[in-house]
Design a binder for this molecule. Structure first.
Ligand code: C2E
Ligand code: MG
Ligand code: MG
Length: 605
């Protein structure tokens, strides 16, 4: 058996051990390298993170602070490491909460917002606060105890969100809440009224004749007026009340927590007074008034839509009572509005169902008593309600835009009728039609068709007279002026209807080449017993004649009125004394009798 050399044996063991050691060293180096690589990787991740990464030990000291943290908080890592979070990036008002949160964790291990995203405000080095989004994780091992916070600056996002919110909830021009926010506030106020057992008042405010401001002074001035109006309205109510703009010149105001309706009256009065002072813009002075409708929650209704409708109806009542006033909602208003809605529906159907007729009222020459003209007056034979007066349905037709269709229908029928009567009875016969100012506005351009129709049908222009209101002449813009010239060129004569109740000036009459004035029946009615009206009629007739304008007296009912008018030199008369407005067939027999016998329908005997 060979002898074992102990020395050699030791050497082999040593070699073996050395090899093992070497292998271990290599392994360790490799592991170190891996750890280093991981560390570098982590460091890179830490530094390149788009979020600020802030680490804090359990005593609240900052132990990690990446590049992004430097950027959003304004502190460099050198400056901030080893300072406390509380004294640096937490706004004063959150510090107490931060401290107790940390204490709670240390005691119980609970963190209320662990691993969830929260939004709070952070403090920048320069002292300004900004919104951040934050998530926190915790490492709690015997070797390492640390909180890591991932923090993102969300100022831009918040700004964009608030822009979007503002756009959705505020009126751009006046910065008042818009309809959307108004509805939210109304809901809110209603809930607090329910809790307190008090009422709230809803005020619907609409500027009177604001359209005139826009039309005469331009939209820029109109915008200024609206902005100033908003400021005045806000100043006239309490801080807790809400003034919103619904659009155009319409505002809606919520007066919350009302225990005494008298206080609402006072506010309404204040609002009207606030608008009564003239608006001064440079050299321009604008006078403005408003109409206000008022309704109460829960007294008038508990439903928000009904409340808005009530306030709107009450506002219209204020307008129709003469504007520049407030009106409280009453159930009768709602009944009236219901009837009006029905009438609107019926009016729409009436056109299709041929429920309209034209009646003709004779216009008599005071020179020879002949019926030389007729006024076409629209009649609506309602299937249930019977004959409805034009003074009721014409305003509704104007409001709903149906007036242009109706006006056209009257035009074509009246012109054809005039043509037939000219052929049959009197080649100079003329039928006049009434026109609404709306038919003269840009929206309705059908009048062009009228001229084409006249040319093509061969009916002379003289066959037609067109009655316009004084108001139209007063507000006449270029468009109306040119249109009047078109009528003049087509030999269609123009009358001013209801003359005397408006404020048209002599200059207007001259400028627009008016052919007839129709003295309003309110002046004629009092001719025989009022002191002033005879003088007014006489002066009007004399003035018109000086301007080469002929005069038609409306509403002549008595012989005495007829007599006086003749003495004043009036040219034509129209009224119940001669005849009421009658259907075409009846009018035709009137014409036939007078033209056959040479006598008029007036019996002077
Ligand atoms: P208007 O143009 O001033 O017509 C005269 C109104 O006075 C007519 O009322 C007529 O019937 C009435 N009247 C005539 N003579 C007398 C009288 O001696 N005494 C009294 N108390 N009244 C008399 P009507 O037909 O009810 O028409 C009312 C108004 O409706 C018209 O007033 C006119 O402004 C409007 N209107 C009628 N037809 C039309 C139309 O086709 N288009 C438009 N836009 N308006 C129309
Ligand atoms: Mg008329
Ligand atoms: Mg009239």
């Amino acid at each position: 058996m060979p002898e074992i050399d102990p020395l050699q044996d030791k050497t082999e063991k040593t070699i073996l051990l050395e090899e093992k050691l070497k292998a271990l060293e290599v392994d360790l180096r490799q592991k170190k390298e891996i750890i280093l690589a991981q560390h570098i990787k982590l460091e890179a991740f830490f530094e390149s993170s788009i979020d600020a990464v802030v680490q804090m030990d359990f005593d609240g000291y900052i132990t990690g602070w990446n590049h992004q943290a430097e950027k959003i908080f304004g502190w460099s890592a050198d400056e901030i490491l080893d300072q406390t979070i509380e004294n640096t990036i937490i706004p004063q008002r959150y510090r107490e909460a931060h401290r107790s949160g940390l204490q709670r964790y240390l005691k119980t291990g609970e963190v209320s917002f662990m691993n969830s995203l929260i939004e709070i405000h952070a403090l920048h080095r320069d002292g300004h606060e900004f919104p951040v989004e934050l998530s926190i994780s915790v490492i709690d091992t015997p070797d390492l105890q640390e909180f890591s916070a991932y923090i993102r600056d969300i100022s831009k996002r918040k700004h964009a969100e608030s822009l979007i919110w503002n756009q959705a909830n505020f009126d751009v021009l006046t910065n008042l809440p818009n309809r959307n926010l108004f509805l939210q506030k109304l809901d809110h106020e209603i809930r607090s009224c329910d809790r307190s057992n008090l009422s709230l008042a809803l005020l619907y405010l609409d500027l009177d004749r604001f359209k005139d401001v826009n039309d005469t002074l331009g939209h820029d001035m109109g915008d200024l007026v609206l902005t100033e109006t908003s400021a005045r309205l806000k100043n006239s109510v309490r801080e807790v009340d809400t003034v919103s703009r619904l659009g155009g010149d319409e505002f809606i105001i919520i007066l919350g927590q009302i225990d005494d309706p008298l206080s609402v009256q006072r506010v309404c009065q204040q609002l009207l007074e606030a608008l009564a002072c003239p608006f001064q813009f440079g050299d321009e002075k604008v006078y403005l008034t408003a109409s206000i409708g008022v309704t109460f929650y829960p007294g008038d209704s508990r439903d928000t839509e009904t409340l808005q409708r009530n306030a709107d109806q009450a506002m219209y009542a204020a307008k129709s009572l003469g504007r520049n006033r407030y009106h409280f909602f009453t159930p009768e208003l709602s009944e009236r509005a219901r009837r009006k809605r029905e009438l609107i529906d019926d009016l729409r159907a009436a056109m299709q169902q041929s429920q309209f007729e034209i009646y003709y009222q004779p216009v008599v020459s005071m020179r020879d008593d002949s019926i030389c003209k007729a006024e076409a007056l629209l009649r609506w034979r309602h299937p249930q309600s019977g004959m409805i007066s034009p003074s009721i349905f014409i305003p509704i037709a104007e409001e709903t835009g149906l007036i242009s269709e109706l006006g056209n229908w009257v035009f074509y029928n009246a012109v054809e009728q005039a043509g037939r009567w000219r052929d049959q009875f009197n080649p100079d016969f003329q039928v006049s039609i009434n026109t609404s100012p709306l038919q003269w506005s840009d929206v309705h351009d059908e009048m062009n068709e009228w001229f084409i129709y006249l040319r093509e049908s061969g009916i002379e222009g003289q066959a037609l007279g067109v009655e316009i209101t004084e108001g139209l002449l007063m507000d006449a813009n270029d468009r109306v002026g040119n249109r009047l010239l078109d009528f003049h060129d087509a030999k269609i004569q123009i009358s001013i209807d209801d003359f005397g109740i408006g404020y048209s000036s002599l200059a207007c009459l001259k400028q627009f080449d008016i052919d007839y004035l129709k003295i309003d029946q309110s002046f004629v009615r009092n001719l025989d017993h009022d002191q002033n009206d005879p003088a007014l009629c006489e002066a009007t007739i004399a003035m018109a004649h000086k301007l080469d304008i002929e005069v038609i007296a409306e509403g002549v009912e008595t012989e005495a009125q007829d007599q006086l008018l003749r003495e004043f030199g009036c040219d034509f008369g129209q009224g119940y004394l001669y005849s009421k407005a009658v259907p075409a067939a009846e009018f035709e027999s009137l014409l036939a009798t007078t033209s056959l016998t040479g006598k008029s329908c007036i019996d002077h005997s």
